[in-house]
Design a protein around this ligand. Structure first.
Ligand code: CP
Ligand code: NVA
Length: 315
């Protein structure tokens, strides 16, 4: 049964970038995610999405995103269908708009992982149901939703805090920058020369929440959280050899962690390459919260599915 628009008359909303929700809506989502996580941990059934179906379209590989959405949808009483480029007509040139028309007549909500942001936007434009960005070349909003929830769980509100981003100015970095403008915290970014943040591509129009540093140690100094990601993102494999050289000095190591606040956390969206963007000592060390971060993807996305399909649910 189609939920949106329809049965519940919940207004049609999409989640394509971090800027799509207000600060107040994020506060609601984080509170719901905490409640939903508590129910899950207590083995209590919560099935608000019984009879609802999520279609998950993957044009790139995934472990966490697929698993967290699929398991999450089942835990909410619904069903999830996995589609990938190889096995669908999308891989044989069917226009994304045609796919959007068809898929959104059969399911209640859609998640897409693809290349250009324009693809999710084109899909959403024709979709009858909410569309979630499960990663594009430009953004990864579900990741930062999980990361900020994890930060709040460990350290309380993120407002006014400093996040140091060390490495590539990629989709995850862009989303941190967007989140900083919505939730009012600061991001210190250090990238190798030639890989700097481009505010327009990052989708940020308010640049008062971030600062770029040539030296990663300067970016790390006094930070509440240090985070990084692979040097070569999916879709950029042809640049791998060149990137391996350029990013050599952008490895988060114990010395960099010591430059941050003593209580600083380390995060990585995963998958990680130990010995490249982070040392094993840091990612497997006491300041790292990467496993909580991965698990929390599921809890926040359950809150997101609930919000997009049912609107504001109060306990
Ligand atoms: N962090 C993340 O999105 O992981 P996957 O690529 O495994 O989905
Ligand atoms: N920046 C990485 C994130 C993977 C979850 C990529 O796009 O490949």
């Amino acid at each position: 049964m189609q939920a949106s628009p329809g049965k519940d008359m919940t207004p049609l909303r999409h989640y394509l970038t971090f800027l799509d929700f207000s600060r107040e809506e994020y506060e609601h989502l984080f509170a719901r995610a905490a409640w939903i996580k508590g129910e899950f941990k207590s083995y209590r059934r919560y099935w608000p999405l019984e009879d609802r179906t999520l279609a998950m379209i993957f044009e790139k590989a995934s472990t966490r995103t697929r698993l967290s959405f699929e398991a999450g949808m089942h835990q909410l009483g619904g069903a999830a269908i996995y589609l990938n480029t190889r096995d669908t007509q999308l891989g044989r040139g069917e226009p994304v708009e045609d796919m959007g028309q068809v898929v959104s007549r059969m399911v209640d909500i859609v998640m897409i992982r693809t290349f250009g942001q324009d693809i999710v936007e084109r899909f959403a434009k024709v979709s009858r149901v909410p569309v979630i960005n499960g990663l594009t070349n430009e953004y990864h909003p579900c990741q930062i939703l999980g990361d900020i929830f994890t930060f709040i769980e460990h350290r309380g509100p993120i407002q006014g805090k400093t996040v140091a981003w060390i490495g590539d100015s990629n989709n995850v970095c862009n989303t941190w920058l967007q989140a900083a403008t919505v939730l009012d915290f600061n991001v210190h970014v250090s990238t190798p020369p030639g890989y700097e943040v481009e505010p327009e591509r990052a989708g940020i129009y308010d640049t008062t929440h971030f600062e770029q540093f040539a030296d990663p140690m300067d970016a790390a100094r006094g930070a509440d959280l240090i985070t990084t990601d692979v040097w070569t993102s999916m879709g950029f494999e042809a640049e791998n050899a060149q990137r391996m050289k350029a990013f050599e000095d952008w490895c988060v190591d114990a010395e960099m962690m010591r430059a941050a606040k003593p209580e600083a956390l380390f995060m990585h969206c995963l998958p990680a390459h130990r010995g490249e963007e982070v040392t094993a000592e840091v990612i497997d060390g006491p300041q790292s919260v990467v496993w909580d971060e991965a698990e929390n993807r599921m809890h926040v996305q359950k809150a997101l599915l609930e919000f997009l399909l049912l609107g504001r649910v109060t306990p």
